[in-house]
Design a protein around this ligand. Structure first.
Ligand code: G3P
Length: 221
């Protein structure tokens, strides 16, 4: 499974990139707005820090506008994945950009039917929003199960399932059980994945016992 971080915050991305666990980054207009920084400059900086796919979203809603914005974003760096919404114009733009060899991430996916169309349009990634479905009492991980099953039925579907709108570690665990390709995770959730109280308790006990020996590994004999 690949891990992308879901933020446009350069400091958070830099910190997580240093762990070696980061395979990419996803942004969206709300995450960019939160930084208060210039969009293109921020995407350029993120693409310098992380070598994997960096998703940058168009804000036009018509095909011509999305195509122009998509080409500009793709021109920033070779690892940019242009993010388009799952609308008819978004799918038309996905097809056109994918045909030009540009990586496209089709976002705001909420149904298996939508995900089939994203694969047909040649998307590199489809982003189903599990947290937003859970928020309205629908089964977010059920959608992932359906999409993975459908995509596995068709060898010509090359689209990777990028689980988005993740809210807690169990979304990542369930995504792993289902065989999703990528999880894009808010920084806090990525950090929470590491934590377990018994790991902390066990390490404390080891260190307390070791301290009693008065030895030091690097101290040498
Ligand atoms: O980046 C897309 C998605 O991950 C947004 O998630 O938390 O706004 O539902 P959220």
């Amino acid at each position: 499974m690949k891990f992308f971080v879901d933020t446009a915050d350069i400091a958070e991305i830099t910190e997580l990139a240093e762990t070696g666990l980061l395979d990419g980054v996803t942004t969206n207009p709300s995450l960019v707005a939160k930084t208060g920084k210039d969009f293109v400059t921020t995407v350029k900086e993120i693409c310098r820090i992380v070598k994997g796919p960096v998703s940058a979203e168009v804000t036009a809603t018509d095909h011509a506008g999305m195509l122009a914005e998509g080409r500009k974003l793709a021109g920033i760096a070779t690892n940019v994945a242009v993010k388009v919404p799952l609308t008819m114009d978004g799918l038309k733009t996905c097809k056109a950009l994918s045909d030009d060899g540009i990586m496209v991430n089709v976002t705001l996916c909420f149904s298996p039917a939508q995900a089939i169309l994203a694969a047909k349009a040649g998307a590199a990634f489809v982003s189903p929003f599990v947290g937003r479905l859970d928020d309205i009492g629908q089964d977010g991980m059920g959608l992932i199960a359906d999409i993975v099953q459908i995509y596995n039925n068709y060898s010509d579907f090359q689209t990777e399932v990028l689980v988005a709108s993740i809210r807690h570690p169990m979304h990542v665990v369930e995504a792993g059980k289902l065989g999703a390709d990528v999880c894009t995770v808010p920084p806090a959730v990525l950090k929470a994945l590491v934590k377990h109280p018994l790991t902390d308790k066990g390490l404390d006990a080891f260190l307390a016992d070791w301290k009693k020996t008065g030895q030091s590994i690097l101290g040498g004999t």
